[in-house]
Design a protein around this ligand. Structure first.
Ligand SMILES: [Zn+2]
Length: 447
């Protein structure tokens, strides 16, 4: 036995993972997640844990590991199961922008671990892997299966070698519950309370193009024809600020209830109170009350002297769980009115939103862990506006999939500043905190 402490161990694993460059961009030869996958398989099998690399493309491997459940047969069939989930790829970076080199895993004198992936999410992968090891060497025998799944290609997804493919290939991986990235940050409210976020779902997307339809004409006489550009300029403001009307969408209502400690029927008042508790939070919750519309891309004529017959704006539209394309179209048409000529085009199919219950086994276990730590705070269930692999888990097997890994020493502004940006860093004390949380979670859910 080495006398390395478990804190040193989780720091070592996180640094080792950061040093394996798994930059993922849409260029041949990038990714190389197999480097991390082989490292993790070596590490986990060292404690007698079943672990393997599962790869569609040899250099882009995923890790699947399991401590089998004991209650109902060797595969744990029938008993509830839990998965620790993560991704091993990272987004590109330019080392010139960094205080410490992004692939060296420097720990400075104040205990900050610097590097690409320190927050997204080699920190969490390390914490979950060491939690598996800690459980195995302490003889933990879960009732149902405890999975560890660390996949490739989350940040891009173009090659389809990560979670979506893995769940199709491995129909045995259908955990009842999972915990992945997407939560754990804390916000200090203006009344002094600490809010601790956990993610219950993700908004979906349905981009829409609004095409103003006129008649082409020569630009030398602007009144000839019917130039589509000024028509489009009249249509765009009709989308307003892009936020939905206040409505009692369940995810937004759960956030308001957690914040205010009561059910507030007056939504405008509830949103104003949320905004007063934390700048920007009222707006965020309002955006979760329905579909949002943000105009981002424009096309008109491709020649200066030709007034175009068609001018187009592409609108980034994000939708809630349960919203259909018909709902979105009806909303867009009601905003645009019927007095100006336009058409709608749909460049991509809808990616539906998914979510898991706000109150569930994992959220209850998170609250119990925080309580036991003497650090209860107020748990805020959030809906991400981005995408994570939790979506695939919910879609494939109805997994109750959450995003959570606790941060206590790393302030939220440090997390946000480094996320997909230069100088990504995490405090090493949060690596140990996260490792301890995952051991506790497995014991509460499967013990
Ligand atoms: Zn991530």
């Amino acid at each position: 036995m080495s006398d390395e402490s478990v804190h040193d161990e989780v720091i070592r694993v996180a640094r080792d993972l950061i040093r394996l460059d798994t930059t993922n961009a849409r260029e041949p030869g990038l990714g190389n997640e197999t480097r991390c996958a082989e490292y993790l398989v070596d590490y986990l099998t060292g404690f007698g844990i079943e672990a393997e690399v599962v790869a569609r493309t040899p250099h882009r491997g995923n890790v699947v590991a399991r401590i089998p459940g004991v209650s109902t047969g060797s595969a744990g069939q029938g008993a509830e199961s839990l998965a620790f989930v993560g991704h091993t790829d990272v987004v590109p970076c330019d080392p010139r922008d960094w205080t410490h080199p992004p692939f060296e895993g420097v720990v400075d004198d104040d205990g900050w671990l610097w590097g690409r992936g320190a927050v997204d999410m080699k920190n969490e992968v390390a914490a979950r892997a060491v939690a598996m090891a800690e459980l195995a060497r302490n003889g933990f025998r879960p009732r149902g299966d405890l999975w560890f799944v660390a996949v490739a290609d989350e940040e891009d997804g173009f090659e389809d070698v990560g979670m979506r493919w893995l769940l199709e290939e491995r129909t045995d991986i259908r955990p009842t519950h999972s915990v992945n990235e997407g939560g754990g940050e804390r916000l200090t409210l203006t009344d002094g309370r600490q809010m601790i976020c956990y993610s219950v779902g993700e908004k979906g997307t349905l981009p829409v193009q609004v095409v103003a339809v006129g008649e082409a004409g020569h630009a030398s006489v602007p009144t000839l024809g019917r130039n589509a550009v000024p028509l489009l300029a009249r249509l765009i403001p009709r989308l307003g600020n892009g936020l939905p009307e206040p409505s009692a969408a369940p995810e937004a209502m759960a956030m308001l209830k957690a914040l205010l400690g009561r059910d507030e029927a007056d939504l405008a008042r509830a949103l104003a109170e949320a905004e007063a508790l934390y700048e920007g939070l009222g707006e965020t919750i309002r955006a979760l009350m329905g579909s949002t519309f943000a105009p981002t891309m424009l096309w008109g004529s491709n020649k200066r002297n030709v007034m175009p017959a068609r001018a187009t704006v592409e609108v980034d539209c994000r939708v809630n769980p349960g919203t259909t394309p018909t709902d979105v179209e009806a909303r867009v048409r009601s905003l645009l009115g019927s007095d100006l000529p336009y058409e709608l085009e749909w460049p991509e199919p809808m990616v539906p939103a998914t979510s898991s219950p706000v109150d569930g086994v994992v959220p209850t276990a998170i609250a119990a862990f925080l309580e036991a730590e003497g650090d209860p705070g107020v748990m805020l269930p959030t809906l991400c506006t981005g995408f994570t692999d939790s979506n695939y888990l919910r879609a494939a097997g109805g997994t109750h999939a959450y995003g959570f890994s606790p941060f206590r020493t790393t302030p939220n502004d440090v997390l946000e500043a480094g996320y997909h940006n230069a100088n990504e860093r995490v405090h090493v004390d949060d690596l140990l905190l996260s490792m301890r949380f995952h051991v506790d979670l497995a014991r509460r859910v499967l013990g």
